[in-house]
Design a protein around this ligand. Structure first.
Ligand code: 13P
Length: 281
């Protein structure tokens, strides 16, 4: 069933879980992710990257994901991820997204607030809006090695949340998009301070490469939504690379290759859901 992203995240936190948000560039991935969520009886978020939504047929994928969410037997939200363009946000919501990340994190503090307020004005009080405070290093669609950039300033959090009107807050606490240069180093002191002052659920982007125990620990500190993309892409490409010769030899067996793709996504999704419980640590 289609569900509000803020409510599912709050419910998950009460149960000692976080909700994973998987980037879906295609419908095969989304089907696999929802199948795992249904098998485990857990809520899930289908993230659409702005580059996908901005493609000529990208909004049709958003609509298809909305229908998938509506038909699912568990709560599913469809979110436009990392959006900086008000027009694309409006179109994605019209197409079926029921949450957006209004991402003003590359701007300064006041402009970031103004952008989230602008999007709230466009979408109305009922739309679920995530905001991001503290810019994350890395590219969301291409994984290169990254060191963490600046951290979220905990002193700015309460004012930002209150003035922006965001429903969820993505933070920079040592996380990056893509691959980590060396071991990821989560700044637990920063997360603890943010958790103490932040009245809304926190979001951890860049979960690929972060140890299961660390993901689990973050849930106890208010992280109720965890974004994952690189690990899915890596697993899918590795599978395609391994299987393609056999699938060609079977008579251009695309159906078989899509089955391999599905299995690869299901394996990563299952592992991610398992990590996202406070009891794992
Ligand atoms: P990773 O690709 O590092 O898992 O990050 C995903 C993400 O945060 C999408 O918003």
């Amino acid at each position: 069933m289609l569900a509000r992203m803020d409510t599912m995240v709050q419910d998950a936190l009460k149960d000692g879980h976080a909700v994973p948000a998987f980037t879906c560039y295609d419908f095969t991935t989304a089907l696999a992710v929802v199948e795992v969520a249904e098998r485990l009886g857990r809520a899930v978020i289908l993230n659409v990257a702005p580059k996908t939504a901005g493609n000529p047929s990208g909004l049709r994928l958003v609509s298809a994901l909305r229908q998938l969410a509506e038909q699912a037997t568990v709560p599913v939200a469809v979110q436009l991820d990392h959006a900086t363009d008000a027009e694309l946000i409006t179109e994605a919501v019209k197409a079926g997204a029921n949450a957006v990340l209004a991402d003003g994190s590359a701007s300064d503090f006041e402009q970031n607030i103004a952008f989230v307020q602008q999007i709230r004005g466009l979408l109305g009080p009922e739309m679920v809006i995530e905001a991001e405070l503290g810019a994350l290093a890395g590219n969301e669609d291409q994984a290169f090695e990254q060191s963490a950039a600046g951290l979220t300033d905990p002193g700015q959090v309460a004012g930002f949340v209150q003035r922006s009107g965001a429903d969820l807050l993505a933070v920079a606490i040592g996380n990056v998009h893509g691959r980590y240069k060396g071991e990821p180093k989560i700044h637990w002191d920063v997360l603890e301070t943010i958790h103490r002052v932040c009245p809304i659920p926190l979001v951890l982007h860049g979960a690929s490469g972060i140890a299961a125990a660390d993901l689990s620990r973050s849930i106890g500190l208010g992280v109720g939504k965890v974004n994952l993309n690189t690990e899915l892409r890596t697993a899918v490409l590795k599978t395609v690379e391994h299987q393609i010769a056999d699938r060609r030899a079977e008579g251009q067996n695309l159906l078989g290759l899509l089955g391999d793709w599905d299995e690869a996504v299901q394996a990563i999704a299952t592992e991610t859901f398992t990590s996202l419980r406070t009891s794992v640590a």
